[in-house]
Ligand binder design. Structure first.
Ligand code: F6R
Length: 367
């Protein structure tokens, strides 16, 4: 059942190239320049006339929502707000008829997300679901939706659900961009082609980063704290990397937008503090490099995720993990991979119950 892997989590990490492909199969036709998802096509007018898109979710799904905020605003130029479902439902939120609400949930059973959907529907919003479990409560309660095709996720720590959610949300952003004309034709086609080869790049990242992640894990398995930093599209990835480490290894970890470091967390940095910095070549590279210099001058231990062939960060960081190059907007699908592996190996080395971490349940059906 674990397909030869020691844990479901590892199996699910390694399934990502296939399940990302399963998720875009029949929906992304790169050579024909087409993106089609029935739930979006049938409701295209609602999306196009939306004053704004509100995204509600919890946990890892909320992190996927943050990536979606960046990608939908960038590609389709529709204002997006991302909310924790638990906060949204209890704060008398302003919801209008012309709002589109996207609810993201792997299990489709999360109590707070379900309640947020009901509230949004009562206020007349159109609610679109991005769920993994077919026929789940959230998939039934939403007006329309698009499934992720991650297959059953057994490990409590979400991995393949996250990357397939990002895949669906990126396709939605591209479809809306095409309809609105907010991306140039050449950019639109380039992103389609790039998305199509993402599974190969994820596969390459799995092969090329696993040993390095393990080696780094041996060095930092006894850490008591850890900081994760990223900017732009990789800020949510920093949050997700920190959540994965907390959940399965019980090491305290925080994710921050790299530039926020100097507004507080920098006080934590000393020679004991591992800082994982997501620093791919595309994106705000130079800015991240200066953040790395700031950490280095305070003797923090730097573990950097960099694009293959990088030299500048290599000269500064204590450890680097190289990943294949892709455009900034699609990079979360790749940068996430070594962070999943790193937390997995650390948890295993600490003797933790990786698939069933203490105090956690796979579906949070009570608030
Ligand atoms: C993290 C994790 C949780 C879930 C959250 C939402 O690894 O598993 O944070 O992401 O409970 O669950 P879903 O997506 O099922 O609504």
């Amino acid at each position: 059942e674990k397909g030869g892997y020691d844990h479901f989590m590892l199996k699910e990490i390694y399934e990502q190239p296939n399940v990302i492909k399963d998720t875009y199969r029949g929906r992304l036709l790169a050579n024909q320049g087409i993106i089609q998802m029935a739930g979006v096509e049938d409701n295209l007018e609602k999306f196009l006339h939306a004053d704004r898109i509100l995204i509600v979710a919890c946990g890892t799904s909320w992190h996927a929502g943050l990536v979606a905020e960046y990608v939908i605003e960038e590609f389709a130029r529709i204002p997006v707000e991302v909310e924790y479902a638990s906060e949204f439902r209890y704060r008398n939120p302003i919801i209008n008829k012309n709002d589109v609400v996207i609810a993201i949930s792997q299990s489709g059973e999360t109590a707070d997300t379900l309640a947020a959907i009901k509230l949004a529907k009562e206020k007349g919003a159109f609610v679109f679901g991005v769920c993994n479990v077919v026929g789940s409560s959230i998939s039934r309660e939403t007006n329309a939706g698009a499934y992720t095709h991650a297959g059953p996720e057994i490990g409590v720590a979400s991995t393949k659900a996250f990357t397939t959610q990002i895949t669906v949300l990126t396709m939605i952003a591209l479809r809306l961009a095409k309809a609105k004309g907010t991306l140039s034709n050449s950019d639109f086609h380039r992103y389609l082609q790039e998305l199509e080869v993402i599974p190969e790049k994820v596969a390459e990242a799995l092969t090329s980063t696993n040993e390095k992640a393990k080696e780094i894990a041996t060095k930092f398995k006894a850490a008591t704290n850890c900081l994760y930093l990223g900017r732009g599209y990789n800020f949510p990835v920093a949050l997700e990397g920190a959540l994965k480490l907390k959940e399965i290894s019980y090491i305290h970890a925080e994710g921050y937008p790299a530039a926020e470091m100097k507004h507080g967390p920098i006080a934590l940095i000393d020679e004991q503090m591992p800082v994982i910095v997501i620093a791919p070549k595309q994106g705000h590279y130079d800015k991240v490099v200066s953040n790395i210099q700031e950490i280095k001058s305070r003797s923090g231990k730097i573990i950097a995720i960099v694009t293959k062939g990088d030299t500048q960060v290599k000269g500064l960081a204590d450890h680097v993990i190289e990943i294949p190059e892709t455009s900034d907007a699609l990079s979360p699908l790749i940068t996430t991979i070594p962070l999943q592996l790193l937390s997995y190996h650390i948890a295993v080395m600490r003797g933790c119950n990786v698939d069933q971490p203490r105090n956690l349940a796979k579906s949070v059906t009570v608030e």
